[in-house]
Design a protein around this ligand. Structure first.
Ligand code: SF4
Ligand code: SF4
Length: 116
């Protein structure tokens, strides 16, 4: 398990318990014990089943160009997507990296559109 997923950011009081907090603060819930998941693009067939399976309170899966990607800061590792994937290409990611700003901006746009 990654150190990042266990340790709160310096000065961060709350664990980012809500989706809105995680999105606004761009960080994972520090109380989540499981590593986030990642999609292997070389194996993914782009069926979007995982997106439909990801619980709304996490909403961690998005289209990025031709790829389907998981935002690790939003993923609590529940594995609902794994159960839905027909080709078994979603893996635990202990070495996850912070999400790039361009993807965060896309996620914000999707959330704003969804909430309209
Ligand atoms: S592990 Fe759970 S929270 Fe993470 S992307 Fe899959 S369904 Fe969503
Ligand atoms: S369910 Fe699997 S194959 Fe389908 S888009 Fe998600 S990761 Fe790719």
């Amino acid at each position: 398990m990654s150190q990042r997923s266990q340790q709160p950011l310096e000065g961060a009081a709350a664990p980012a318990a809500t989706f809105e907090q995680r999105l606004n603060e761009r960080r994972r819930n520090t109380e989540w014990k499981k590593d986030p998941r990642r999609i292997e693009p070389a194996e993914c067939i782009g069926c979007d089943s995982c997106m439909r399976a990801c619980p709304p309170q996490f909403s961690a899966i998005y289209n990025q160009g031709l790829d389907v990607v998981i935002v690790p800061e939003l993923c609590n590792g529940c594995a609902k997507c794994v159960q839905a994937c027909p080709v078994d290409c979603i893996y635990p990611d202990a070495e996850w990296q912070p999400t790039q700003e361009s993807l965060w901006a896309y996620v914000e746009g999707q959330v704003n559109f969804r909430d309209q």
